[in-house]
Design a protein around this ligand. Structure first.
Ligand code: NAD
Ligand code: UDP
Length: 312
């Protein structure tokens, strides 16, 4: 198939492009290189079935493809809050453009939505039918509400124009090629640990997250795109193993054998207190569940950062 991956030069997108090429597909990576980088896809550049198009999805484009994975959007709080208006435009105008293309060329389109649609959840763990608890006017809203509208657009194009859609809600995912400067907890803690610097736990560190290794997530994403049971989602994809951020910092210190100390910094506004996916639906409909343990995933990620960021 001819497959378009928007945001293909980013963390998840680059792993997806790599996987789709290895399965024999033609892959077009479309990216404006805001948070992504050519370094993430340099190893794919001399594959004749791979193409990079530097383009912003806020502007229309027409490509003849069979599948569209719509991943383009900054994902870390530091990056999506850098230009919040642009973040909303990317989720809203960008998703309209990709849906318009899907409608025109009759491609199936998958939207990378997020656990952030549940906001600071009052239901735990989060199931797909929960409508969430999102602040519409806070500093995370440009991302959370943008992604919620993107889901709405997907459903409306499906009902109104019969576009073939799939929606996945991705929970915190980590692994090699996370941007070292994007402020996400995994990259921050691993880099701090490798340099024996203080580990910056925000608040008391009692907030929880559940971390999924990238290879597991990509596996779930492709299964969802290619399931032919007319199951359109939304479906949660994530690892249900939940840790407090403090426990997580301690695990990273142990795995890296670091001499770092844990220090506390102020908790950012609207930081969700708990997050854990209920993946019953993904298990039932896709036969999917994560396989990589946190220990193995963190070790692989630490090895990547040690090679690419510390030793240069
Ligand atoms: P990332 O920042 O590494 O990748 C996003 C990519 O999109 C980058 O390459 C960036 O340059 C590109 N991009 C941003 N705006 C664009 C635009 N207007 N036009 C074209 N390209 C644009 O982030 P990621 O972690 O790889 O996330 C990929 C997708 O998955 C995002 O949509 C994100 O919301 C979603 N997601 C990720 C996670 C996670 O834990 N990694 C969790 C939930 C959802
Ligand atoms: N966090 C932290 N120290 C850091 C970076 C993040 O304690 O240096 C916390 C953050 O407050 C949040 C959790 O780790 O509670 C996950 O943050 P991240 O930005 O990775 O993802 P998100 O909040 O979007 O889940």
């Amino acid at each position: 198939m001819r497959i378009l991956v928007t945001g293909g030069a980013g963390f998840l997108g680059s792993h997806l492009c790599e996987r789709l090429l290895s399965e024999g597909h033609d892959v077009i990576c479309l990216d404006n290189l805001f948070t992504g980088s050519k370094d993430n896809i340099i190893h794919l550049m001399d594959n004749h079935r791979f193409e990079l198009i530097r383009h912003d999805i806020v502007e229309p484009i027409l490509l003849e493809v069979d599948r569209i994975y719509n991943l383009a959007c900054p994902a870390s709080p530091v990056h999506y809050q850098y230009n919040p208006v642009k973040t909303v435009k990317t989720s809203v105008m960008g998703t309209i453009n990709m849906l318009g293309m899907a409608k025109r060329v009759k491609a199936r389109i998958l939207q990378a939505s997020t656990s952030e649609v549940y906001g600071d959840p009052q239901v735990h763990p989060q199931r797909e039918e929960y409508w969430g608890n999102v602040n519409p006017i806070g500093i995370r809203s440009c991302y959370d509400e943008g992604k919620r509208v993107a889901e709405t657009l997907m459903m409306d194009y499906h009902r109104q124009n019969k576009v073939d859609i799939r929606i996945i809600r991705i929970f915190n995912t980590y692994g090699p090629r996370m941007a070292e400067n994007d402020g996400r907890v995994v990259s921050n803690f691993i880099l701090q640990a490798l340099k024996n610097e203080d580990i910056t736990v925000f608040g008391e560190g009692r907030q929880t997250r559940s971390f999924c290794f990238v290879s597991d997530l990509i596996d779930g994403m492709i299964r969802m795109m290619e399931n032919n049971e007319a199951f359109i989602g939304p479906v949660n994809l994530g690892n249900p193993v939940e840790n407090t951020i403090l426990e997580f910092a301690e695990k990273i210190i142990t795995i890296t054998g670091s001499r770092s100390r844990i220090i506390h910094q102020p908790l950012p506004q609207d930081d969700p207190k708990q997050r854990q996916p209920d993946i019953t639906l993904a298990k039932e409909k896709l036969g999917w569940e994560p396989k990589i343990t946190l220990e193995i995933g963190l070790q692989r990620t630490a090895d990547y950062f040690a090679t690419h960021c510390i030793r240069g």
